[in-house]
Design a binder for this molecule. Structure first.
Ligand SMILES: [Zn+2]
Ligand SMILES: [Zn+2]
Ligand SMILES: [Zn+2]
Ligand SMILES: [Zn+2]
Length: 808
């Protein structure tokens, strides 16, 4: 997804292998990105471009009225089946494929408003009604729409507007009797109902919709750092020839303290698995739902009612404002390149968008950056000679270092030593040019070249027109003077930087079936972004912070006590609880080009058996742990059992396959089948896995979900069984992730839901308190799960019976 599609990758790799040795050597040994680009770019032949064009032709990114009709009909089917969520998403797809101000688009908006109405989403329902009307919703269908509007307004407690709508409706009935007698009757009956409701509510004060009063309480930095905007004053920036730039605590930091709150400099929504259009008409349009259907392409907010770009079916936004901003800042250039960008991958897209955003910064700096620095010193210098390596500079001003003369600022900082969250900071992230393989560099260079040629074909003026005529006007001449190759080199630099510096923006997605009383959550990747301040943190396989996201804003909180002077660390992905030291080190080396020497890595190197997955098998005879490498033998005192690791591993794989199958049944609501399978898995697991094995935890967790979803008379699921299994799952999570881990928080949240639904008041309150405590550290108060817990708590406190003392 980040890199170009496989077909293009293998095409370029083949091209590389066919190059004459001498050219391969020239490219491999190019000292600068500028040279690399200049040597590679001319090798992109017209036939290569044709090949790429054919590949991108597989993505449906334009408008297509037939697709609009197709999705509307599919949506209607879901609507009839009362799957309003599914219907809303399909109508959204229909909206994206219709041209602006067409009957198609107005019908899709109107139908979506009906689905949203049934989902209780009255605010956005009203918006869709307005959208349907502005795009020319047919006159004869208006009454239905107006009635829906009145009902929404009533429900939202806005009776004055509702009664105005009713008056409009009545006068339009009188003026244009376009309806059949039976339709008219139905409408009149509904109208009466609404009128009654309007009268009931007429005297109530207007209520503000909750959405408008939501604030970002509790997610602000207590005191902002003067040198690093977006970071807390409890940290300072340091640089070291080995570690590069890093952050250190300047005072003791308590768990839960917010250390960084930063909006992404650039982010690109990961499209999810956008399937290439298969051959054959039957399945020409897919009805699969991806991230791109449910999140704003600019601010990443979740939305059930996106508005599409007028020019493509691909870009969708939460609001007109987001659409306009995206258009002004980058989409006016990207719009016609949608298919190409999907083919070339998210990194290429982020690279393009970064350079597009650079236009909006101080003209002098950007020009210097793009025209000057790049061809003179900056990236023309080989990385090894980069002054970064020899810099010794301390911003924190700790004791004895204080009086050291400041010669050159830390890369990314301005002359006053202030780290700027801008293109300058992005530009200074290390591309690690010397570490990438020549093939990879060639792939990136040719992908960027292809993009440049398309930009050229689309007309360079695209870079400068459509800019709002404020201060940006001044950006035109220097940008125009810059040759496209300068943009190319900048994009190539960003593409290479991204491998080490890209931050995945993740979101918690609920995956449980709708019937289930507990929500199962899964962390999914939403976007790829660059965060200048977050990028300053180094990696640890056992980090002392926790990162989470609100839209495009990253927040980093201390997940444990951090003493003054300790480094602030976060995990780049390979966490000690998820993989063993060998796998972690291999991942970090191949993606980030360093050997991790964090404490868990050092510890596990000494004692490889300490890692996860080791010591996880046990003897089927006496249940004692099995020990050893290739052949494991029982550690039980009187047992002679031994077994090969290969055999155990293949047994484990079989078991995992079965658990996967059971989880699939669970997701599809086939609960009895799932439970039978899971109980089988459970006894199988017991015979050869330790009780703390993560697969055992998964089985228990799935069983808990299945029991919670069971439709038993009188009971809200079989909550007692569900709770028992969740408690077992919790034990496993605690062993693997620790008692105050975010994983523990999510599992406690589920347990709280189960107790809540079972009306087990004291247990529920206790669990809610625990879950809240853990989740607060990782997310702060602005978090859906925490809000949910608080609602449960207040509900339970209302329920609590008044203690009755002995009578008389
Ligand atoms: Zn948005
Ligand atoms: Zn567009
Ligand atoms: Zn490590
Ligand atoms: Zn044994």
């Amino acid at each position: 997804m980040d890199l170009p599609v496989d077909e293009w990758k293998s095409y370029i790799l083949q091209k590389w292998s066919l190059l004459p040795k001498s050219i391969q050597v020239t490219i491999s040994t190019a000292e600068t990105l500028h040279d690399l680009f200049l040597h590679s770019s001319p090798l992109l032949q017209p036939e290569d471009e044709m090949f790429l064009k054919r590949l991108s032709g597989g993505y449906l990114v334009g408008k297509d009225p037939d697709a609009s009709l197709f999705y509307r009909e599919k949506g209607n089917q879901k609507f009839q089946a009362k799957d309003y969520m599914g219907a809303a998403v399909l109508y959204s797809k229909g909206v994206s494929h219709s041209g602006p101000s067409s009957t198609d688009i107005s019908l899709c908006y109107a139908n979506r408003s009906a689905a949203l109405f049934h989902l209780g989403q009255y605010e956005i329902c009203l918006k869709d009604i307005v959208r349907a009307q502005t795009h020319g919703y047919p006159e004869r269908l208006q009454p239905k729409l107006l009635l829906r509007k009145a009902e929404c307004l009533v429900t939202l407690g806005r009776p004055q507007e509702a009664s105005q709508t009713v008056t409009d409706l009545e006068s339009s009935f009188a003026a244009k009797p376009t309806l059949s007698a039976s339709q008219f009757q139905i409408l009149q009956r509904t109208l009466c109902r609404v009128k009654v409701k309007v009268q009931e509510k007429e005297n109530l004060p207007e209520i503000f919709p909750e959405a408008l009063t939501k604030t970002f309480e509790g997610v602000d930095l207590r005191e902002e750092n003067e040198q690093i905007p977006g970071a807390s004053s409890s940290v300072s920036l340091h640089i070291d020839p080995l570690k590069g730039r890093y952050l250190v605590a300047t005072k003791d930091i308590l768990p839960g303290e917010l250390l960084v709150k930063e909006d992404a400099f650039v982010s690109v929504l990961n499209p999810g698995e956008v399937p290439l259009r298969p051959r054959g008409l039957e399945s020409k349009w897919d009805i699969q739902v991806t991230n791109g259907d449910l999140h704003c392409h600019r601010c990443l907010r979740h939305t059930l009612a996106p508005v599409p770009c007028d020019g493509c079916s691909y870009a969708k936004y939460c609001s007109q404002e987001c659409m306009q901003q995206a258009w002004d800042r980058y989409h006016s250039v990207e719009c016609s390149l949608g298919a190409l960008l999907l083919t070339l991958g998210v990194f290429c897209h982020v690279a393009l968008r970064s350079t597009l955003l650079a236009r909006f910064e101080d003209v002098g700096k950007v020009t210097k950056k793009l025209c000057g620095e790049m061809s003179n010193q900056g990236i023309c210098l080989p990385e090894s000679k980069n002054p970064v390596q020899t810099l010794k500079y301390d911003l924190g001003g700790e004791g004895d270092k204080k009086d050291k003369a400041v010669e050159t600022p830390i890369p990314g900082c301005d002359i006053n030593g202030k780290y700027e969250r801008n293109y300058n900071a992005i530009f200074h992230l290390l591309p690690h040019t010397e570490n990438h393989s020549p093939e990879h560099k060639f792939l990136c260079a040719l992908s960027v070249s292809a993009l440049c040629r398309q930009l050229e074909a689309a007309g360079l003026q695209a870079f400068t027109t459509d800019l709002k005529p404020t201060k940006l006007k001044a950006a035109e001449p220097p940008v125009l003077c810059a040759e496209l190759s300068v943009w190319g080199v900048a994009m190539l630099r960003h593409m290479l930087q991204l491998q080490c510096n890209a931050q995945a923006i993740t979101t918690i997605q609920q995956t449980g079936s709708k019937e289930s009383l507990i929500t199962d959550t899964r962390r999914v990747r939403l976007a790829t972004a660059l965060f200048p301040v977050v990028s300053l943190l180094n990696h640890s396989c056992s980090p002392n912070t926790s990162v989470s996201f609100i839209g495009t804003i990253a927040t980093i909180r201390a997940s444990q006590l951090i003493r003054s002077g300790q480094e602030i660390l976060h995990c780049y992905g390979p966490h000690e609880s998820r993989m063993g030291v060998a796998e972690r080190r291999q991942k970090l080396r191949s993606q980030y080009f360093f050997d991790c020497d964090c404490p868990p890595c050092e510890r596990e190197k000494q004692r490889p058996s300490a890692g996860p997955g080791r010591g996880a098998f046990r003897c089927h005879r006496c249940r004692a742990l099995l020990q050893g490498d290739d052949v494991l033998s029982c550690s039980g005192p009187a047992c002679m059992e031994s077994v090969s690791r290969d055999l155990l591993v293949s047994r484990l794989q079989d078991l995992q396959r079965q658990v996967g199958a059971a989880q699939k049944h669970l997701r599809n609501g086939r609960l009895e089948v799932a439970i039978q399978l899971l109980l089988g898995c459970q006894s199988d697991a017991e015979s050869f896995l330790s009780a703390e094995h993560s697969v055992v935890g998964e089985i228990e967790d799935a069983l808990a979900q299945a029991y919670a979803a069971l439709d038993l008379p009188l009971f809200a699921g079989d909550w007692e069984k569900s709770a028992t299994h969740l408690q077992k799952s919790l034990q496993v999570v605690e062993v693997h992730h620790g008692p105050s881990s975010v994983e523990m928080g999510h599992e406690l949240f589920k347990l709280a839901q189960v107790f809540f639904n079972g009306c087990a008041v004291p247990e529920a309150l206790k669990t809610i308190q625990k879950a809240e405590k853990v989740l607060l550290v990782h997310y702060g108060p602005w978090n859906d799960e925490i809000r949910e817990l608080q609602k449960m708590k207040s509900c339970l406190l209302d329920l609590l019976p008044i203690p009755v003392g002995p009578k008389e």
